[in-house]
Design a protein around this ligand. Structure first.
Ligand SMILES: [Zn+2]
Ligand SMILES: [Zn+2]
Length: 364
């Protein structure tokens, strides 16, 4: 089969490799679409301590089941599915309470097993057993479903933040993840949603979502603007999707009394610290949370949010590239002209789906 094999920093080669063979407990997928995560791009550009090449990256997977092991009774050939990449052990306290993303012995697709930038992918037995496969509703396309994994991570964060009716929510970072957070916040009943970014390009691309305010940090002071917009109170919930110490510090500073701040993105490994005014947290009773990855139930909910239109996958997915053009897909993300980019090893089979998108840019 054809696969995009990651061989090290700046090295991805399209190669013929052995098609995976069905093993006890597993399910074989024909990949229809696999979106490119910011994490895939970072691994490609800078490497990743836990990912040992050669390996097939890609964990935002949507595909069709083409083979099922004899001992698997829960799935059938022909079913359309997504796969949550974080595989829990099913036995630790986190797995048992539905937080498989926090599992002590978590394994991850595209870290420990080959991922979805290929024609076929074997869903590991642990993932089948742990409930990581979710069926795609009939009225959701594979292309839309490829956004369920990042959306699931957003829903994990939002579950922890518990946004309430009327809350003012400030989202820092206007990439696809920031836009998803802002959409979910609105769906949860936020009063006002502000989208904040350090450059205007991505804010312009996000205008179509119709959020309440777009704050361009290249033109204006973000903290002052949010304080002005809230009558000096600050935002009830701040979600920082940018992996930047500056953005995290600004996010904490703009939280209201009893506000909540979500640090949704990690910082560079060699510079993981930020400056924190502890008195600001103490006297204003502010809570700061970290959130990371998602559990299978978040993936199921993500599909439902896409199906109901509460999150617009059609607005979020802006580019589709063939497997051969995966590097170009990475460049589209880098130059920030679009939002999410998906890769498909079988673009020609997706023509009907592509026709449902009004502005998808396709690169074969
Ligand atoms: Zn991802
Ligand atoms: Zn576990």
């Amino acid at each position: 089969m054809k696969a995009a094999v990651y061989k090290g920093t700046e090295q991805i080669d399209i190669e013929e490799i052995a098609k995976p063979e069905i093993q006890p407990g597993t399910v074989l997928l024909k990949i229809k679409a696999c979106a490119i995560c910011g994490g895939d791009l970072r691994t490609f550009r800078h490497g990743h301590a836990a990912i040992k090449p050669p390996i097939v990256l890609g964990h935002e997977i949507a595909g069709e089941i083409i083979e099922v092991a004899d001992d698997v009774t829960t799935f059938k050939v022909g079913e359309r599915v997504i796969v949550a990449p974080a595989i829990g052990c099913t036995a630790c306290s986190y797995c048992l309470s539905g937080w498989q993303n926090m599992c002590y012995s978590r394994k991850t697709i595209a870290h420990h097993y080959n991922g979805g930038f290929a024609e076929y992918m074997l869903v590991p037995a642990g993932a089948v057993r742990a409930g990581n496969i979710n069926r795609i509703p009939d009225d959701v396309t594979y292309l839309e479903a490829s956004l369920a994994e990042p959306l699931a991570c957003v829903l994990n964060g939002q579950e922890v933040m518990n946004i309430g009716l009327g809350d003012t929510v400030a989202v820092i970072g206007a990439g696809p993840i920031g836009c998803m957070h802002a959409e979910v916040a609105r769906a949860r009943g936020a009063g006002k949603v502000f989208l904040i970014n350090r450059s205007g390009k991505r804010l312009a691309a996000a205008k179509k979502f119709g959020f309440d305010e777009y704050i361009d940090l290249s033109k204006t002071d973000g903290l002052k603007t949010v304080m002005d917009l809230t009558g000096g109170l600050g935002a009830n919930v701040v979600i920082v999707t940018a992996g930047s110490a500056e953005a995290q510090q600004m996010g904490i500073a703009m939280a209201s009394k009893m506000g909540k701040v979500c640090l949704f993105a990690g910082l560079p490994k060699d510079k993981p610290t930020i400056q924190l005014d502890a008195n600001h947290l103490h006297y204003r009773q502010i809570a700061v949370y970290g959130t990371f990855s998602s559990a299978p139930r978040h993936n199921a909910l993500a599909l439902e949010m896409i199906r109901s239109g509460k999150v617009s996958a059609k607005n979020l997915l802006t580019h589709l590239v063939s497997l051969e053009e995966i590097r170009k897909g990475m460049d589209f993300i880098d130059d920030r002209s679009g939002l999410r980019v998906a890769v498909s090893p079988c673009i020609d089979e997706l023509q009907e789906e592509i026709a449902k998108f009004s502005a998808l840019k396709v690169q074969k």
